[in-house]
Design a protein around this ligand. Sequence first.
Ligand code: G3H
Ligand code: ZN
Length: 309
Amino acid sequence: MALVTTKEMFDKAYAEGYAVGAFNVDSVDIMQGVIDGAVRAQSPVILAVSGRMLDDVPYIVQACKLAAHDNAIPVALHLDHGKSVKLCKRCVDAGFTSVMIDASLYDFDTNVRLTREVVDYAHSCGVVVESELGVVSGKEEDIVVAGKYGQFTRPSDVVEFVSSTGLDSLAIAIGTCHGAYKYKAGEQPYLRFDILDEIADKLPNFPLVLHGASSIPKERLDIFNCYGGKLPQAIGIPEDMLRQAAAKAVCKINVASDLRICYFGELRRQFALKPNKWDAKEFFLPARQAVADLVYDRLVNVMGSANKA
Ligand code: G3H
Ligand code: ZN
C-alpha cells in the first residue's frame, strides 16, 4: 500500500495500549530488514530517516516508498530530528508522511514558533508533525536545565505547547537517552513514569513519543563486541519499562542504536567466519536477516504491535 501518516496508527495504538516502532533506517539493507520484520509480525511500522541520511543516501526515500508499496502493512516515512524548518519542508515536498522538527534546544517561544511554521506547511500537504519538549540526553547532553524537572519535560508546559503549535505528537524527556550508554555501570535504570502520567493527564488521548529507547539486547551486544566491536558495558532501557510506557500514552518508540549494533555486529561476525568469501550476499543477507529478527522481536515483545496491521 502507499505510505500512510501516523494518525491512524497512533489513534489505534493509544486506544489499544501499544506503541508503534520507529526504526532508523541508515541503509537500504537495514530498511529491508525492518520491513521484513514488520511484515512477519503483521505490524504497522515507521521508517525513520535522519536529515544526515538524506544527503548521504538520497535514494533511501525512494526505496522506502517502494517497500511500502510492495507490502500490505501500514508504513509511515518519518523525518527524524529535523533540525530546521527548511529541512522539514524539503521532506514534506519529497513525500515524507511525517516530520519531526527538533527545536527542543531553543527556548520555549522559539520552539513554539518553529514548530508552528512546520505544522502550517506540513498540514497543508496532509503530513503530520512531531516536536520535542525537554531534553533527551545523549547528543543533547551538554544542555543543563535546572529546576524540579531538571532536563525532563515540564508537565506545566505541555498544554500551551500543543495548543499553540497544533502538532500531532509530542516527544517527551522522561529519562531515556540517545546512544548505547543510557546508564552508568551499576546505576539502577529508571524512567520518570510520574512525569509521563502527569503529561498524559494534561493531554488526554494525545500521542506521546519516546526517543532514545533502544534496549541494547545483550546477545546482540555480545556478538558486536566478540567480533572486534568496542562498546564495553553498553546499557539500554529495560524492556519492561518500554512495555510499561507503551501501555500508557506513549504511541511511538524510537529505536536506532539497537539496529546499528545488530547489523554491524552480524556483519563483523560474517566477515570473521567467511574470510575466503567475497560475494556480497554472504555478508549482507545475514545482517539484514538479523535486523529482521530483532525488529520482529521488538514488535512482538516490546511494542505490543504484532497483528495490529
Ligand atoms: O531518534 C532516534 C532515537 O531516539 C534513537 O534512540 O539511540 O536509543 O536508539 P537510540
Ligand atoms: Zn531521537
